[in-house]
Unconditional design. Sequence first.
Length: 354
Amino acid sequence: MHGDDRLALVRSAYDVVAQSYARLLPDASFEAPEDRRMIESFAASVSGGPALPVVDAGCGAGRMTRLLSTLGIDVAGIDLSAGMVDVARRTYPDLSFEVAELADLPYSDMALGGVFAWYSIIHSPPGDLPRVFAEFHRVLAPGGHAMFSFQVGDGPRQLSRAYGHDVSMEAHLFAPEAVIEQLTVAGFKVVARMTRGPGPREKSPQAVLLAQRRPAAEQPRYVRYQARHPNGRGTYPGIFALANGLADGGKLSKEDRAAWRQANDRFDSACPDPATVDASVYDRGINPTAQSWFKTTAKHLLADLPFYKELLRRHGIEFHVLHSDDPGSLLYEDEVQIVVAPRLTVPAAPAGSP
């Protein structure tokens, strides 16, 4: 489904249920004690960070916005649903609410001290999370905090009934490790996490993550996705080589092959080919272990990697992500990438490492 169509379904569904939602969930008393402790940690972190306002991103009818306000936070709410925003404005006239999307927040760069996303990302498929996280990173000041809650699991579920109304929209479940990986790539470090079993009215385990936008001095300079295990030559193929191997081996469906070709074409047009500048860079006789790393500032390219990751996962290809400030001897560099001859022991940290 196209992203605009998906957003339209979510917007329509919440417009329909807005009044019932506010009646059935009038305040924050329904949150589990473990959840409240994480929320209080977020409030304390924001209060101890940059003296800037906070946005409740995906605020619904405003009940969590009110909670944050009672905790002493300067907070406003945004939501995709105009119906939800109307209810929030009537219920909490002393607070500010407006209609906006998670991936297009109405704030300037580094304007916020916190982003609170309480079950807001559950209607975003995995491929959309990098853009959402990049937007949160953009509006947060260095050292600012973000909180995320979501149901634990894998894949989408179709919702046809919610809060007493017929609806049509998807909700996505996520593995905490997968969300942490994407947050790390987006420039965050996860400073606290909580996973608990389902409550009386819940069907799935629940997770809450507290993340901090890394100060500029702490941001790793380079990132690489590569095979978890070496190949026959003792090297670790990158994510593109792994996907190309599936295509070359005839293992992709017609649909996957077309999507792979389109994705490769996008990267080919946006990312210079080092071999056209210096043919020796990838010459196995000269640089047999050469490997490329993205610069973490190339967020427009990193945001398109989830297609490759999902493709590899579906085919059981194991890979992981590494971060480093100094991955090896420099062979080539441009605006978005470097190519290095890696050291025997690469000083890199797996995603999610402190």
